[in-house]
Design a protein around this ligand. Structure first.
Ligand code: SAH
Length: 221
């Protein structure tokens, strides 16, 4: 990850972004605070420096994207993150969502299947600040059975269904936030809460459009 500066211009744009997210219905102060604190432009190529605070997705390496700020805020709000929560994230991508979770005090375990992206986590810019993050190169459909169970699981790619192994790795009363394929290129955001009997309480939210959740690992060419 490149070194960069957080100027007054960036800080001002970030404030405007937070105001926009409020207008769009984000109410969780913890989420808004984290987005206001973390420089999103650090997670993008320098060509996108000035537009990093527009509410839109951008390309990163390996044909993947950094999620739109509204999407990050929306998913994080649904996850109801509490300090000390053990959170499993599927799809590390740019590490932006990972950082928002860490800034809210979560212990984050994050998996990426693209080696090119997973390799960048070695130069994570916030290594000193957020020490409770562990990065994994692997297939998110498998989760991390050796580290389960998790309080929360967040999937940041379009899932074809609810991955069974991930569901097993969620605690009772734990929460999973997952965009599940509905029709071509469109996903429905679901929040699943694990009941005592292991079944899911299912809540359905807005539609989103994510890059696909794919099986297996993709080795760097
Ligand atoms: N949270 C990221 C979103 C990146 S886009 C961010 O804030 O930037 C989704 C990411 O999920 C991509 O990097 C993609 O490679 C990854 N992905 C897709 N299927 C996956 C899987 N089975 N396991 C792990 N990562 C996966």
């Amino acid at each position: 990850m490149r070194k960069t500066e957080d100027t007054y211009l960036h800080k001002g744009l970030r404030k405007q972004l937070v105001a926009q997210l409020r207008e769009k219905g984000i109410t969780d102060e913890g989420v808004l605070n984290a987005i206001g604190m973390i420089p999103r432009h650090f997670f993008l190529d320098s060509a996108f420096d000035k537009i990093a605070y527009e509410d839109r997705a951008f390309p990163i390496a390996a044909n993947q994207t950094i999620s739109q700020p509204y999407t990050v805020a929306y998913q994080t709000q649904l996850l109801q993150v509490k300090k000390g929560d053990k959170v499993l994230e599927i799809g590390t991508g740019s590490m932006y969502q990972t950082t928002i979770l860490a800034a809210m005090g979560a212990k984050v375990f994050t998996i990426e299947r693209q080696e090119e992206l997973a390799a960048k986590t070695g130069q994570y810019l916030f290594k000193q600040q957020f020490t409770d993050i562990q990065f994994f190169f692997g297939d998110g459909f498998e989760g991390l059975p050796q580290l389960a169970p998790f309080d929360k699981i967040i999937i940041t790619a379009a899932a074809p269904n609810i991955p069974e192994k991930l569901w097993e790795q969620l605690k009772v009363r734990g929460v999973m936030v997952i965009p599940v394929d509905e029709s071509d290129g469109v996903q429905r955001m679901l929040r699943l809460t694990k009941k005592k009997d292991g079944l899911a309480k299912r809540e359905s939210f807005e539609e989103f459009s994510f890059v696909p959740m794919l099986e297996g690992k993709e080795v760097k060419k």
